[in-house]
Design a protein around this ligand. Structure first.
Ligand SMILES: NC(=O)c1ccc[n+]([C@@H]2O[C@H](COP(=O)([O-])OP(=O)(O)OC[C@H]3O[C@@H](n4cnc5c(N)ncnc54)[C@H](OP(=O)(O)O)[C@@H]3O)[C@@H](O)[C@H]2O)c1
Length: 368
């Protein structure tokens, strides 16, 4: 017999309202998620989960972002979530989701996880990359890692719509993969020597206090971090290799910049055919993303600013070619908390529920 909660890959009626739990609701990702669900015509908040905030009322904690039916934040118990919810969005520190996801799936709650717990096909690779977390959380859920769908809707739309577990990509991988993948897919660039130089605002580090994110440390200053071996490197390599059909290595360097939200990624590669122009490359991107309303491709010579994508679920791309060096230069900006996190999770949730993927998502910037 078909389980009613699990069978919702077909279209829901426009009037149905699906119940969504947000776990990690008080963090930066959780706050955006609650805001997006509260204003979505077909989703409603059914459960709010947290740790330190458990026992407190949402509207008391966030009087500037009240919800119509106030809720007490609770320690996330899978039974209580399953009793109240069809879906759960988990916005938790790495490792924590793996303590909930197996029980939620057993109880037929479909999950979008924003952490890295299910982004790798191989649990062994997660344990290697997230070593500290793997010592704390003793995981044996290889099968879930293997079967989870990587939640990049522009590339995995059909798989996401049928999935019970979606692993939303990291913010740097989202911004970097969207411009890069079409060129790997078409074999237009060399697979060796890929370089990604990226910049993120401080909200990328989450809401938990950290010394390097203090105003006195991060303002009026730009600094690289995680140089060589940042955790997102292997995530970018995994998806790049799937699309290219061969192993890919990238040199990825992130930087912390003094702004609250926003992310800019610049990807350098070498063109196989030195005769290809920037206009040709723009056509490649335009063609790939013609039917994807969350991706904009700028005219050649116009370069994206993080402010243009702020508060939207858009990735804004630009491309340039340096014929002198035969290099293709891809530029991409997103709001790290929306297209890089909560907005992209709602895109996947829409697909899982059978709705248009952009339903309820902001696509126009409030500028400046
Ligand atoms: N920030 C970004 O730009 C970004 C982008 C993409 C993906 N991500 C990923 O998304 C996830 C969330 O990131 P964030 O920046 O939103 O984090 P955050 O601001 O630090 O929030 C973490 C949330 O997790 C809750 N929490 C922590 N331990 C818990 C536990 N044991 N049980 C229940 N709740 C617990 C906290 O609740 P209390 O406050 O109640 O303790 C808080 O609501 C992370 O895995 C991150 O890597 C972040």
């Amino acid at each position: 017999m078909t389980d009613p909660k699990m069978s919702s890959t077909m279209s829901q009626s426009e009037s149905s309202v699906l119940r969504v739990a947000v776990i990690g609701a008080t963090g930066y990702g959780g706050l955006q998620t609650v805001r997006l669900i509260e204003s979505h015509p077909n989703f409603k908040i059914s459960f709010l989960g947290g740790e330190r905030s458990a026992g407190k009322s949402w509207n008391t904690l966030f009087p500037f972002q009240r919800i119509a039916e106030d809720k007490i934040i609770q320690v996330p118990d899978p039974n209580a979530i399953a009793d109240t919810s069809d879906f759960a969005i988990l916005s938790l520190p790495n490792g924590v989701a793996s303590t909930l996801v197996p029980d939620l799936l057993k109880r037929h709650v479909r999950v979008v996880d924003l952490s890295a717990d299910y982004r790798y096909k191989s649990l062994a690779q997660w344990k290697e990359v997230y070593r500290a977390e793997s010592l704390k959380y003793r995981r044996v859920d290889e099968d879930l890692c293997l079967n989870a769908i990587y939640g990049l809707p522009e590339w995995n739309q059909l798989e996401i719509s049928k999935a019970n577990l979606v692993a939303a990509p990291g913010c740097f991988p989202t911004a970097s993969l969207i411009p890069l993948l079409p060129f790997l897919k078409q074999g237009l660039i060399e697979c060796e020597g890929l370089i990604i130089d990226a910049k993120s605002g401080t909200s990328g580090g989450g809401r938990n206090p950290k010394e390097n994110l203090l105003l006195a440390e991060s303002s009026e200053s730009i600094t690289p971090y995680g140089v060589v071996g940042h955790r997102h490197t292997s995530e970018i390599e995994q998806m790049s290799a799937i699309v290219a059909g061969k192993p890919i290595q990238v040199q990825f360097t992130p930087h912390l910049v003094p702004m609250v939200r926003g992310l800019l990624s610049t990807v350098y590669s070498r063109l196989r055919d030195p005769g290809i122009t920037a206009e040709d490359c723009r056509t490649v991107l335009e063609t790939f993303y013609r039917n994807h309303e969350c991706v904009d491709v700028l005219p050649v010579g116009i370069y994206p600013a993080t402010k243009w994508a702020r508060f939207t679920n858009k990735a804004i791309l630009s491309v340039q070619v340096d014929n002198r060096t035969s290099r293709l230069i891809l530029m991409s900006t997103i709001d790290n908390l929306l297209k890089g996190q909560a907005g992209q999770a709602i895109q996947s949730l829409n697909l899982m529920a059978g709705y248009d993927q952009i339903k309820g998502l902001p696509l126009n910037s409030f500028y400046p």
